[in-house]
Design a protein around this ligand. Structure first.
Ligand code: NDP
Length: 475
């Protein structure tokens, strides 16, 4: 049977683009459809603009620090409009890079939505049908608002990068990656941030000690963090104050991205607390983008959240269809999607069956200070085996000199039996950079003694990782 192409990729994000280019490099005829901007969540409305906003917000504290070091620098003001113009230009540039990479690889791009019509055919929004030997679903995910009347008046992370002005105050709902990163960014840019998290401590899944330290640092920066707090009702401030609650039509009608211009919004929590802010950001998780893709209809199995269920080679229940990245809801991180795309291309187009290795994935939360993490948390490791915990918390030289209260945490979880380092958790400026390097050693199976015989780089914060001699806890 002949096909129009060897591979049709649905989704032009980090994973889909990498898989398309790698497949094309083997001589395969590859086509790709993207309904939005090329580059996907990471480049257009995720990691990249987020990190640029982290950089922008980090300058807020610099004048005071510089003054402590003898500089004569006044506090500055932040111009959101100027930053947004530069941000838009940078994202345009990056999108152009992605397009050129695809064109240079010989991949045919369709700037429109595609859905799967049968196991070997996709249908484009303009009605054209294209047959393919293999189809790769790399459609990513999208932010999800909670199931709460009036929740549609809140912003989601996609909207943050398109706001026309910075609100004076923002209520952020959620305690995960996006909620905590956005809380630090917006507070740093001068927005008064209140954060509501329903659980006992933010950043569920990370090491408890590290979570506590990030939460403390966030509060220290002025973020009004409320734990164990759940919203019951959204409305206009006077409605909420009067104990009523249904969202009004003016709120519903407000164009979401412009909401900060539409006036304050208020919420009431289940415990009866009222809170008012210029805007609400729901950072309450993401959902795989499978609605309307036609997958279940042709026998592709989907999970409870709508995620595409795949085996360790990213193959779905329909043998000609594979799926990678956030649409599979395995580990929702850009570098993992890229790995999955590469493993797919190796398996299907290079003939080398390559399962995806999801073990020991390092991650960083770009709060201020950052949290870098790999491997088991102290609690999870203790459940699994006998451990030793090496940890130190201190004021780093740079902030101690400037009279800043920030503390950092360096923590290693070590197997008492094998001596292997099972987990490493760092709370510090640039912890993302540090954990990347520690991750190499830990992925290689380094023991505590391997860390110990590594000479320290002095004076650094990370040298503590190789100079901790006695465990602070065993068990
Ligand atoms: P997360 O799953 O990390 O966090 C969602 C948060 O929302 C949790 O705190 C969750 O609470 C809370 N929540 C969920 N539903 C509700 C609800 N109905 N009402 C109130 N609170 C609710 O999702 P994010 O959207 O923050 O990020 C999505 C994923 O994107 C991350 O998991 C990560 O994989 C990736 N990401 C990675 C980044 C990085 O690498 N630096 C940055 C940003 C995103 P609970 O804990 O109780 O479930």
């Amino acid at each position: 049977m002949t096909f129009d192409c060897d591979l049709f990729v649905i989704g032009g994000g980090s994973g889909g683009v990498r898989a398309a280019r790698m497949a094309a490099a083997t001589g395969a005829r590859v086509e790709l459809a993207e309904e939005s901007r090329m580059g996907g969540t990471c480049v257009i409305r995720g990691c990249v603009p987020k990190k640029l906003m982290v950089f922008a917000s980090s300058f807020r504290e610099m004048p005071a620090e510089a003054r402590a070091y003898g500089w004569s620098i006044p506090d500055g003001t932040f111009d959101w409009g100027a930053f947004r113009s530069s941000l838009d230009a940078e994202l345009d540039r990056l999108e152009g890079v992605y397009r050129r990479l695809l064109a240079g690889s010989g991949v045919t791009v369709h700037d429109q939505r595609a859905r799967v019509a049968d196991p070997h055919e996709v249908e484009l929004a303009d009605g054209r049908r294209i047959s393919a030997k293999h189809i790769l679903i790399a459609a990513g995910g999208r932010p999800e608002r909670p199931d709460l009347p009036g929740a549609e008046v809140g912003l989601v992370s996609d909207d943050i990068f398109r706001m026309e002005r910075l609100p004076a105050s923002m209520l952020i709902v959620g305690g995960g990656f996006i909620a905590c990163e956005m809380a630090c960014i917006l507070q740093g840019l001068g927005v008064q941030v209140t954060q509501f998290y329903r659980g006992a401590q933010i950043l569920r899944g990370f090491d408890s000690e590290a979570r506590g330290m990030v939460a403390e640092a966030m509060c220290g920066r002025g973020i009004d963090l409320h734990l164990g707090t759940t919203i019951e009702t959204i409305g206009l401030p006077d409605q909420i104050a009067a104990g009523r609650g249904l969202p009004v039509e003016e709120l519903r009608a407000a164009p979401v991205a412009l909401l900060p211009a539409s006036g304050p919004v208020a919420v009431r929590t289940v415990t009866g607390r009222n809170c008012q802010a210029d805007a609400i950001l729901f950072a309450t998780g993401r959902r795989p983008n499978t609605a309307g893709l036609g997958l279940a209809e042709i026998g592709v199995k989907l999970g409870r959240k709508g995620e595409v269920l795949v085996d360790s080679y990213s193959q779905t229940a329909v043998p000609s269809i594979y799926a990678i990245g956030d649409v599979t809801d395995r580990v929702n991180l850009t570098p993992v999607a890229i790995r999955e795309g590469m493993a797919f291309a190796r398996t299907v187009f290079e003939g080398v069956p390559t399962p995806v290795d999801h073990d020991l994935i390092p991650a960083a939360v770009f709060t201020q200070p950052e949290l870098g993490s790999i491997g088991l948390t102290e609690d999870d490791a203790r459940e699994a085996e006998e451990i030793e915990v090496y940890a130190t918390s201190f004021r780093p030289m740079r902030s101690a000199f400037a009279g800043v209260e920030d503390r950092v945490l360096m923590k290693l979880i070590v197997s008492a039996a094998s001596r292997k380092v099972l987990g490493c958790h760092i709370v510090a400026p640039e912890a993302g950079e540090m954990i990347q390097l520690a991750a190499i050693a830990i992925k290689m199976g380094a023991t505590k003694e391997d860390f110990d015989r590594t000479v320290a780089v002095h004076p650094t914060m990370a040298e503590e990782l190789v100079t901790m001699r006695s465990p602070v806890r065993r068990g």
